[in-house]
Design a protein around this ligand. Structure first.
Ligand SMILES: O=C(CO)[C@H](O)[C@H](O)COP(=O)(O)O
Length: 212
């Protein structure tokens, strides 16, 4: 039932200011791939330094070189990091091993994962599996979470990401995810704090059936 705030396409200081606005309404902070690519692992360490009590996810989107990439993410302070589910299984297994050795967690990004590969991934029961509508598909094909497969994956730990807005929440709730990842709907809002509060209130209300 957690909300993960995704910070993308901004500077590190803008990311910190954005996260401060939304902090009380989100459970995890994601250092987006765009920040890591533009500013390096310093984006992870700077954000973790500002929010030592919030779990921080590094959206590494690792596809190869797993031990190196996951080690630098965890050394920089990340509590969880992402690996692409379409990667070779040895890569994903290395990520899980490095995470376990460091007492950290793995999110497997299911972007473009075939059904055959999905079957193989199901044995990684400690991971969070993230159903993801990519930014490019959102922008060029108008693809949305609502148009995704309605069937829930048979996994214990599910996350949903990609263009999630207030209107997506009823459908998202039907899949009973552990985490919803929300980026632009909060970070691009005119009033970030208000958008985060609305997301939090709507999500908790839908999930618990109680007004909060
Ligand atoms: O992984 C990502 C981009 O690759 C983002 O974290 C994810 O798409 C959430 O952001 P938004 O809600 O803006 O789509």
């Amino acid at each position: 039932m957690k909300i993960q705030l995704a910070l993308d396409r901004m500077t590190i200081s803008e990311a910190i200011e954005t996260a401060k606005e939304a902090e009380q309404y989100v459970d995890l902070i994601e250092v987006g791939t765009s920040l890591i690519k533009e500013y390096g692992v310093e984006s992870i360490s700077e954000i973790k330094k500002e929010f030592p009590l919030k779990p921080v996810l590094a959206d590494m989107k690792t596809f190869d070189n797993a031990a190196y990439e996951f080690s630098i993410a965890f050394d920089a302070g990340a509590d969880m990091a992402t690996v692409m589910g379409a990667a070779p299984l040895v890569t994903i297994e290395t990520c899980l091993k490095v995470a376990e050795e460091n007492g950290k967690e793995v999110m497997i990004d299911l972007l473009n994962v075939s059904s055959e590969q999905m079957q193989r991934l199901l044995s990684y029961t400690s991971a969070v599996f993230c159903e993801h509508v990519s930014k490019d598909e959102q922008e060029s094909d108008n693809k949305t979470m609502e148009k995704q497969n309605k069937e829930r994956l048979p996994v214990d730990r599910l996350a949903l990401a990609g263009g999630i807005a207030l209107s997506s929440l009823p459908m998202a709730a039907e899949k009973n995810p552990e985490i919803i990842v929300v980026g632009s709907a909060i970070t691009k809002a005119a009033n970030i704090q208000e958008a985060a509060k609305q997301m939090y209130t709507a999500w908790k209300t839908i999930r618990t059936g109680e007004n909060v």
